[in-house]
Design a protein around this ligand. Structure first.
Ligand code: NAP
Length: 256
C-alpha cells in the first residue's frame, strides 16, 4: 500500500483543539499506521493536548513554542532519545496579532509584520533544520498555506505576505533537503472554520464566496486536507517536492 505509514514516526505541530487542521491530519496519519507525536505551545495548553491524544493510542505530547530556539532544540533532543528516527513533520502553525487581520494592509505595523513572519514562516525553517538529522531514511515535511499568498484577500493582510514567504521557503527547503531524500511541500487549503480562522475579519463571507464560486460548489472538508497530507507524507507522494498543492474544491482556478 503506497499510502501506508506503517513503521513511521510523525510529529505534528499546531493542534489547538478538535477543529484544528493539524488534529485531522494527526488522526489520519495514525489511521494510516504512523506513530504520532503532537506538540502544544505552553503549559496552559498541556492538559487539553493530553486529553486529545487519549484518542490516539500510543501517541505522546511534548511542549514547544516555536518562537524559542531553545524549546525547538529541547524538543528534538527528546524526540531523538524517545524515537531515534523521524519520518514526517507537519507544520500547521500561523499567528498574527488580531489587529493586523482587520482594516487596511497599509496599516501593518513593524512588530505585527515581525511576529507574523517569525511564528508563521521562520518556524518552518527552524523545524526543518532540527528535524533533518533525524530523517535518516528520508522524510516528508508539510506545511499549510492559503491562497491569500497569491491573490489579495481583504483582511488577510500581513498573513498573505507571510504565506507568500512560506511558499517560497518550501521551495528553498526542498532544494536544500532533496539530496537527503527529504521532501518539502505545502497544502493550500480552502477556508475551514477553526480557531485561527475566526481571527480573520469577514471569515464568514469568505466561506460563502468560496462555496458559491468553487467548481465543486462547496467548501472543503478538513478530512480532505488530511487525506492529502497522508498522500504527501507517504510513498504515494514520493516524486513530489517543493510544491503547493491546492485542496480548495478548485476555487483557485477561477478567474471570475
Ligand atoms: P488553529 O487550530 O488555530 O491552529 C493554529 C495553530 O498554530 C494552533 O495550534 C496554535 O497554537 C499554533 N501556534 C501559534 N503560535 C504558535 C507558537 N508560537 N508556537 C507553537 N504553536 C503556535 O487553526 P488552523 O486553521 O488549523 O491553522 C493551521 C494552519 O492552517 C495555519 O498555518 C493556517 O494559516 C493554515 N490554514 C488555515 C486555513 C483555514 O481556513 N482554517 C486555510 C488555509 C490554511 P495555540 O492555539 O496553542 O496558540
Amino acid at each position: 500500500m503506497p499510502e501506508s505509514m506503517e513503521g513511521r514516526t510523525a510529529v505534528v505541530f499546531g493542534v489547538a483543539n478538535k477543529r484544528s487542521i493539524a488534529w485531522a491530519i494527526a488522526q489520519h496519519l495514525q489511521q494510516a499506521g504512523a506513530r504520532l507525536v503532537i506538540t502544544y505551545q505552553n503549559e496552559r495548553l498541556e492538559q487539553e493536548a493530553k486529553d486529545l491524544i487519549a484518542a490516539l493510542p500510543g501517541a505522546e505530547a511534548f511542549m514547544c513554542d516555536v518562537s524559542f530556539d531553545e524549546q525547538i532544540d529541547k524538543l528534538f533532543a527528546q524526540l531523538k532519545s524517545h524515537y531515534g528516527k523521524l519520518h514526517t513533520l507537519v507544520h500547521s502553525i500561523a499567528f498574527a496579532p488580531a489587529d493586523e487581520l482587520k482594516g487596511a494592509f497599509l496599516a501593518t505595523t513593524r512588530e505585527g509584520f515581525r511576529i507574523a513572519h517569525d511564528v508563521s514562516v521562520y518556524s518552518l525553517i527552524a523545524l526543518a533544520r532540527a528535524a533533518a538529522p533525524l530523517m535518516e531514511d528520508g522524510g516528508s515535511i508539510l506545511t499549510l498555506t492559503y491562497y491569500g499568498s497569491t491573490k489579495v484577500v481583504p483582511h488577510y493582510n500581513v498573513m498573505g505576505v507571510a504565506k507568500a514567504a512560506l511558499e517560497a521557503s518550501v521551495r528553498y527547503l526542498a532544494h536544500d533537503l532533496g539530496p537527503r531524500r527529504i521532501r518539502v511541500n505545502a497544502i493550500s487549503a480552502g477556508p475551514i472554520k477553526t480557531l485561527a480562522a475566526r481571527g480573520i475579519s469577514g471569515f464568514g463571507d469568505m466561506l460563502k464566496a468560496h462555496a458559491e464560486r468553487a467548481p465543486l460548489k462547496r467548501n472543503v472538508d478538513v478530512n480532505e486536507v488530511a487525506e492529502t497530507a497522508v498522500f504527501l507524507a507517504s510513498d504515494a507522494g514520493a516524486g513530489i517536492t517543493g510544491e503547493v498543492i491546492y485542496v480548495d474544491c478548485g476555487y483557485n482556478i477561477m478567474g471570475f
